[in-house]
Design a protein around this ligand. Structure first.
Ligand SMILES: C[S@@+](CC[C@H](N)C(=O)[O-])C[C@H]1O[C@@H](n2cnc3c(N)ncnc32)[C@H](O)[C@@H]1O
Length: 218
């Protein structure tokens, strides 16, 4: 992953530090936690400053929190004494080397899977499938095509733009996320709206899905 992306994100995280919303669990975390099994092993993929990682860990889950911004990982809120959070400073594109097959009950990715080109996104999703146990849950929220920023910057591909060096964004429709995940995951919930504490708009796609074991039929 390019160093300009890491620098871009560490710079963003400096601006987020000190906001109130960065300390609170996200709406999506509060929605999906209801579906987690007890004492789940969770991969928080692209965890940022860790508000959701610590929220899950405080509820009794064991969390591996991955982000390529070391700066973001250094901002984690205090972890309660009996809670388990392990941080990993690495790129989402490096997970094939990091985690064993079927080692998580839940893979959670809040606003962290819409920065990549098509091939890279499919490769990351394939690896998230590999690290989930059979029956494991994938919980994803990404930017949607309704995002007010969509169309800004240099077009790199369908619904994929570079807004500044290191700042690339992809915008998903519900159908595009379905198509991209369908072979690997069975969706329970797939909706083209969502809420974040940071943004006033609802331009997100939310997916909650189970790891698929048998090949999908058309
Ligand atoms: C919008 S923030 C979301 C952070 C956190 N999940 C939250 O909701 O607050 C996107 C996160 O993805 C991380 N990120 C972007 N590209 C990444 C990559 N290739 N590998 C690991 N993390 C990445 C950024 O550092 C940033 O923390």
């Amino acid at each position: 992953m390019s160093s300009s992306s890491v620098e871009f994100w560490s710079g963003k995280h400096r601006t987020y530090r000190g906001t109130e919303w960065i300390r609170e669990p996200t709406y999506f975390a509060q929605e999906v936690i209801e579906r987690f099994p007890e004492k789940a092993r969770i991969l928080d993929a692209g965890c940022g400053q860790g508000q959701d990682s610590v929220y899950f860990a405080a509820a009794g889950h064991t969390v591996t929190a991955l982000d390529f911004s070391k700066y973001a990982l250094d901002q984690f809120p205090p972890v309660p004494a009996d809670a388990s959070v392990t941080t990993v400073a690495a790129s989402l594109t490096d997970t094939p080397d990091l985690f064993d097959d079927t080692s998580f009950d839940v893979v959670y990715a809040h606003l962290s899977l819409h920065y990549f080109d098509d091939t890279t996104t499919r490769s990351i999703l394939s690896d998230l499938h590999r690290v989930l146990r059979p029956g494991g849950l994938l919980c994803v929220m990404v930017n949607s095509v309704d995002d007010p920023e969509r169309g800004e910057g240099i077009r790199l591909g369908p619904d994929y733009y570079e807004l500044a060096p290191g700042d690339r964004k992809r915008y998903f429709s519900r159908a595009a996320l379905y198509e991209m995940t369908y072979d690997l995951f069975v969706p329970y919930l797939l909706e083209q709206h969502g809420r974040s504490r940071k943004d006033p708009h609802r331009a997100f796609v939310r997916l909650i899905a189970e790891r698929r074991e048998e090949p999908a039929h058309d």
